[in-house]
Ligand binder design. Structure first.
Ligand code: NAD
Length: 315
């Protein structure tokens, strides 16, 4: 990765990934693009271009202009939003991905795009979900993610594009709010704990999902992209996770820091249905074996850091 071109760079992952990559590879060598501009560091502290990923010609033109050798494709509609607008989600998630893969093929770029635990479905084994297993998701987001994993594999086998990807769990961060996923409750809860001392969860008690703190997700992207290609057997779909918890467990952890914290439940059937179709916990051993994946943050360490950072941010 020498000249990195990022789509959807102002979202939850992109805004932090752009800054992290600029620190590692040099400010001028990381081009952030998004359909909109804002006052974030990612949009203003280095090269930035407006790009709608549905415009394939403009993507090639901009990637060429900046001599990109790496494409990181993040623009997408997330699980809950995609379920509300399935046709739009199909068009954006698959159309944007095709344009990004085509750009990588034409300009001979290394390529990264995230998959998700959403690529699994109700018939997938729920506990310690294996790397290679049944993938019959019942959400539009999941259908897009499985198709995306297969397309990225196809571009590697057919055209030799160096495609790589991770199946991310719910990502928790304090810089940019999440963009409409099923696991967003695990971010909102920290904001509400600090602001109001209480949170009403739209996910019910006893619902386990995998999660990861953003610094671990950023390290995982860099380490996978820098990994020795000859060691990668599962290029486009590595299971990665740092923890699995249910809403009452994150609430209990927050209570250790904010003793009066109160948790209530008002289950949203749509997002609960999506959560119920996903694994309780996934097995990340292939990522560990093939490129040394390791997460540093567990629930306790993440909770302390989130509350420390958000207390300053929300002052
Ligand atoms: P996000 O919703 O926070 O950000 C998406 C960004 O894409 C936004 O900045 C938005 O403005 C931009 N965008 C939307 N439409 C666009 C278009 N037509 N052209 C260009 N940009 C457009 O998403 P995120 O959480 O940063 O997720 C990025 C990727 O990671 C997605 O593929 C998502 O499925 C995947 N992922 C995220 C999580 C998570 O917990 N955040 C978990 C698993 C996988």
């Amino acid at each position: 990765m020498k000249k990195i071109f990022i789509t959807g760079a102002l979202g939850q992952i992109g805004s932090e990934l752009t800054s992290a990559l600029r620190r590692i590879y040099g400010g001028d060598n990381v081009v952030a693009t998004d359909i909109r501009k804002n006052d974030s560091e990612a949009a203003n502290n280095g090269p930035f271009e407006i790009l709608d990923v549905m415009d394939g010609n403009k993507m090639v033109e901009l990637a060429k202009k900046h001599n990109a050798d790496t494409i990181i494709h993040l623009a997408a509609l997330l699980s809950a939003t995609a379920e509300a607008k399935p046709l739009f989600a199909w068009n954006l998630n698959m159309g944007g991905l095709m344009n990004a893969l085509e750009t990588a093929r034409e300009l001979d770029c290394q390529f990264f795009t995230p998959s998700s635990i959403g690529a699994f479905g109700p018939s997938t084994p729920k506990d310690n979900t294996p790397q290679d297993t049944i993938q019959r998701p019942t959400t539009m987001y999941g259908v897009n993610k499985v198709a995306g994993e297969l397309l990225a594999d196809y571009y590697y086998h057919k055209f030799g594009v160096d495609t790589r990807g991770l199946r991310f769990p719910g990502l928790i961060s304090y810089v940019t709010p999440p963009g409409g996923g099923t696991t967003d409750y695990a971010v909102e809860i920290y904001y509400e704990a600090i602001k109001n001392g209480s949170y009403t969860s739209y996910i019910g008690q006893g619902t386990y999902m995998d999660m990861m703190y953003m610094p671990d997700a950023l390290n995982a992207i860099v380490n996978l992209m820098e990994a020795d290609a000859s060691k990668l057997k599962h290029r486009n779909s590595f299971n990665v996770t740092a923890m699995s918890f249910a809403p009452e467990e994150i609430a209990a952890e927050i209570k250790k820091h904010i003793s009066g914290f109160e948790m209530n439940y008002q289950v949203d059937p749509i997002r609960q249905g999506i959560a119920d179709s996903w694994p309780n916990s996934i097995d990340a051993s292939a990522a560990t074996e093939e490129w040394g994946f390791k997460a540093d943050y567990d629930l306790a360490k993440m909770t302390k850091d989130m509350l420390d950072k958000l207390s300053v941010k929300l002052k």
